[in-house]
Design a protein around this ligand. Structure first.
Ligand SMILES: CC(C)(COP(=O)(O)OP(=O)(O)OC[C@H]1O[C@@H](n2cnc3c(N)ncnc32)[C@H](O)[C@@H]1OP(=O)(O)O)[C@@H](O)C(=O)NCCC(=O)NCCS
Length: 158
């Protein structure tokens, strides 16, 4: 993902989530810049069809939403911030391919685990990808993600 991709990323986000969930371009770009090798886009003949944002993050509490993140330090985990695919491309394996790219980045970075915050409706998807719900060290950090949000973790240890 490059900075010039962000307008199309925001269009994909709108198609995937509707108008209720839309992040500011500068907040998304701060996440991209934190771990550029962990952010990917997927395209089909009609244009951008999916994206994923991930970045380094200490593993025991989800990061704050809608604000720039504090500077990166040494981290034993990766955090998958958002993965979305437009409805026209659902079921074609783009979600799995984007997740696989993040997983390879995280393993190469020497992380012990990947974490994410799942929407209630996507918990089953992430369970299939090997994630399990965990209680965050700071439960108040999860509240900002909305009702039904679930903090999940997948170990990368063999
Ligand atoms: C979840 C999402 C990324 C999946 O993308 P995708 O490219 O369609 O996924 P894949 O093609 O890799 O996988 C499709 C499989 O996942 C299953 N699946 C898709 N969404 C699911 C969900 N919410 N819960 C459980 N299973 C789900 C499909 O039924 C399909 O199963 P099959 O292989 O047995 O047929 C996509 O539906 C999406 O963008 N949803 C809206 C945004 C969202 O919820 N993102 C997750 C944020 S936490």
């Amino acid at each position: 993902m490059m900075v010039d991709d962000l307008p199309a990323v925001l269009a994909v986000q709108r198609l995937a989530y509707g108008d209720a969930y839309q992040e500011a371009a500068e907040v998304l770009d701060a996440k991209r810049q934190r771990s550029p090798a962990a952010c990917w886009v997927a395209c089909d003949a009609e244009g951008m069809a999916g994206y994923v944002f991930a970045h380094d993050w200490p593993g025991d509490t989800p990061p704050p939403l809608h604000v720039a993140l504090p500077p990166a330090g040494a981290s034993s985990s990766g955090f998958l911030h958002d993965l979305a695919v437009v409805p026209r491309a659902h079921g074609c394996g783009l979600g799995a391919a984007l997740f696989s790219a993040v997983q390879q980045w995280s393993v190469a970075a020497g992380h012990e685990a990947l974490t994410l915050v799942s929407l209630d409706s996507a918990v089953g998807y992430w369970r299939r990808a090997g994630f399990s719900p965990v209680v965050p060290a700071d439960a108040s950090a999860l509240a900002a993600y909305g009702d039904g949000a679930c903090f999940m973790r997948r170990s990368l240890k063999r």
